[in-house]
Design a protein around this ligand. Structure first.
Ligand code: NAD
Length: 297
């Protein structure tokens, strides 16, 4: 069997087009333009490129973005003061603080300081609590992106055995929580595996759907996959490659070549889950502006 490849770029482009139309309608009906504040502390090259990609994506679909770049030695008080200012700024509907933050700043203090109605990353405890309770809220972007890929590829989740490999607060845990919800994107039977799991293969072999978010190449090999399974690779890993221009290439957590001979559907890296993450950030920002508009009515 040779798997159908899920084209994350194509799905992301379709969602961005839908969002562009929503933004145009919102602006003409209410005069409100969705606004996202992006906050970056320090000069980490990966974080800089993520932030620039987010700002570019905003501009492409008509979201106003405010760029807030602060030096690495910024204090917690200074960052809290900026968050407070952005919380009160009527042009800003969503606030994204690029993680990780420098050591002197507590990430949880900063996340807690973001007004829940502007928490478009979905990391605030209020958003997390609502998600677990199945209430309407901003869903964290990467797990939401995975759900969108599954839904738009018409993967039947109801009753499906899903194995999530990874239990981080930003990917594994929220994904598992979403997949068990009594909702169209849920109703799955979920097993969460992690570094203390015994016999990972015994779990993955049972899975109708494997979601790999371990951050380690070749965590999922062909011998761990049931024929016909759906395989979603969230991992993004840099592997040395002297032939590549930059001296490295990106790879996921799945042995793509071998697993695609066994799976029915598979996401590539790059070009699978990655393009969906920023797209769901745009989605949440539009949702925030729409909420603001409906409260103003
Ligand atoms: P993390 O390091 O916080 O968590 C990794 C998890 O995987 C841990 O819970 C650990 O217990 C588990 N794990 C690691 N090795 C394992 C193994 N061999 N067997 C079983 N479990 C194992 O990472 P994260 O932030 O959740 O990210 C995971 C991966 O997804 C990374 O490669 C990251 O770069 C990528 N990522 C991609 C996107 C995207 O937009 N594509 C977004 C977020 C994260």
């Amino acid at each position: 069997m040779s798997a159908r490849i899920i084209d994350g770029k194509q799905v992301a482009a379709a969602i961005r087009q839908e969002l562009q139309q929503k933004i145009a309608a919102l602006r003409s009906e209410t005069g409100i333009q969705p606004g996202l504040a992006v906050v970056l502390v320090g000069t980490d090259p990966a974080s800089q490129s993520y932030v620039s990609a987010k700002e570019k994506a905003c501009a492409e679909i008509g979201i106003y973005s405010s760029d807030n770049r602060l030096p690495a030695e910024t204090s917690e008080e200074e960052l809290l003061a900026l968050i407070d200012k952005l919380n009160r700024d009527p042009k800003i509907h969503g606030i994204l603080v690029q993680l990780p933050l420098p050591r002197q700043i507590s990430e949880s203090k900063i996340i807690n300081a973001i007004a829940p109605e502007k928490d478009v990353d979905g990391f605030h405890p209020v958003s997390v609590g609502k998600m677990v309770l199945g209430e309407e809220t901003y869903l964290p972007c990467t797990p939401h992106g995975v759900l969108q890929l599954l839904q738009r590829c018409e993967v039947n989740l109801s009753g499906a055995e899903v194995v999530v490999v990874g239990r981080s607060n930003i990917v594994g845990k929220p994904l598992a929580n979403l997949l068990i919800q009594k909702a169209p994107y849920g109703n799955a039977t979920v097993t969460v595996c992690h570094t203390r799991t015994r016999g990972l293969r015994n779990h993955t072999l049972r899975a109708d759907i494997i979601i790999a978010a371990a951050g380690c190449p070749n965590t999922i090999t062909a011998g761990m996959v049931k024929p016909g399974a759906v395989v979603i690779d969230v991992g993004v890993n840099r592997v040395e490659d002297p032939q590549a221009k930059r001296g490295y290439r990106l790879t996921g957590d799945v042995d793509f070549a071998a697993v695609s001979e066994k799976a029915s559907l598979i996401t590539p890296v790059p070009g699978g889950v990655g393009p969906m993450t920023i797209t769901m950030l745009l989605f949440n920002t539009v949702q925030a502006a729409q909420k603001k508009a409906s409260h103003a009515r």
